[in-house]
Design a binder for this molecule. Structure first.
Ligand code: KG4
Ligand code: ZN
Length: 359
């Protein structure tokens, strides 16, 4: 069983092949990611039109590279999976049309994959995590706490009421002229900073909600930066360190509350697992804090290897494989979805949106 995955929902053009070894264990046969960072960096964010064109010009080559790296021919593939949403519509169209065309010409099944589900299931590929588990999904477009009960069974317990966490990192980086994408740049700068120099707010900490809010923190940083201007290198490092410390405290606060709720929901689960996923889960300070929080409470903590935290096609191929093995396929008339909630029953949260270039 070998599934080709295609990811084009944002600013990475990616293709990968995932299968199972003779022992049934998942195997990543190839993993190609072409980042468009340079195409967008001058604009300080992802420009949807530029992204769609870049996917169109690169995707064929990226797929060829994935097939070659796996030492296969296209005809050896058993199914083709592509991200069907949520994401930027132009990019989704490119990935879906390519996947459908390939599937039809090869006479193989096609699967449209939810990008959030792909992030959510990555830990099953890398660490063989069993259902149910608690998921902290932190990316450029989403910040959610989800109870992952089974394949296709997701309960969203919390979301952001304003900015996504990755967006908050990106905006902080932009404010401090650290470039795009902001997350890695803020983490690098913070490594030389004093996390106790400024007392930034910990939005919603201790309140009776699992939701997140980051806009107040962003405003606090902007005001502090304006007060200090012109900023020296140490000021920037200290601002980043204090921002990251505030984010760490908020994530830990919410994770602990969610873990309590999970314990109540699954009291018989003796070795519960917290999974962190999405681009922000690449952050070492945040990973470290969550790992300690879990260890202190007898929980297992799993975060995918750095390469599989950000957007990639391995997670899309894997989700396609899990779904296909369950007997599912998608219709060739599947239409791209700019919004595609993991949990359709969850209440809409005002203000949470998908990132793009913000004025
Ligand atoms: O999951 P992802 O690659 O794309 C989306 O689906 O959104 O996440 C990208 C986000 C960006 O906002 C980026 O700044 C953030 O993840 N990010 C980080 C780090 N690496 C990437 N945030 C904090 N620390 C990092 N090391
Ligand atoms: Zn993502």
């Amino acid at each position: 069983m070998r599934v080709l995955g295609i990811e084009t929902s944002c600013d990475e053009t990616a293709a990968a092949i995932v299968g199972r070894g003779p022992d049934g264990a998942p195997r990543i046969l190839s993993d190609i990611v072409l980042s468009q960072v340079e195409d967008h960096s001058a604009f300080g964010g992802v420009v949807p039109e530029i992204a769609a064109r870049a996917h169109l010009s690169a995707l064929d080559r990226v797929i060829e590279a994935a097939v070659r790296e796996a030492g296969m021919e296209l005809r050896d593939i058993d199914a083709v999976a592509a991200t069907g949403g949520p994401g930027l519509i132009g990019g989704l169209i490119v990935g879906l049309m390519t996947a459908k065309g390939l599937a039809a010409s090869l006479g193989k099944p096609f699967l449209a994959v939810n990008h959030l589900e792909a992030h959510a299931l990555t830990a099953r590929l890398t660490d063989g995590i069993e259902f149910p588990y608690l998921l902290l999904l932190v990316s450029g477009g989403h910040t959610q706490i989800v109870a992952v009960e089974g394949l296709g069974q997701y309960r969203r317990w919390a979301s952001t009421i304003d900015d996504a966490l990755g967006e908050a990192f990106d905006k902080t980086a932009k404010l401090l002229s650290l470039g795009f994408p902001g997350g890695p740049a803020v983490e690098r700068a913070a490594a030389n900073g004093d996390p106790s120099r400024f007392d930034f707010p910990r939005p919603l900490r201790g309140q009776d909600t699992l939701n997140f809010s980051f806009s107040g923190l962003k405003t606090a940083i902007r005001m502090e930066a304006e007060k200090l201007a012109p900023l020296g290198e140490q000021d920037v490092a200290d601002l980043c360190a204090c921002f990251q410390a505030a984010v760490r405290d908020v994530l830990v606060d919410r994770a602990v509350r969610a873990m309590e709720r999970f314990r109540e929901a699954w009291p018989a689960n003796e070795a519960p697992t917290l999974v962190a996923a999405g681009g922000v889960a690449a952050n070492q300070v945040l990973r470290g804090a969550l790992a300690t929080t879990c260890a202190d409470r007898g929980w297992r903590f799993v975060a995918p290897p750095l390469k599989l935290c950000g957007d990639n096609a391995v997670m899309v191929a894997w989700t396609g494989l899990e779904r296909f093995e369950q007997g599912e396929t998608s219709s060739l008339s599947f239409a791209p979805r700019s919004r595609w909630p993991l949990d359709r029953d969850a209440e809409a949260v005002i203000g949470s949106g998908k990132r793009g270039v913000k004025a």
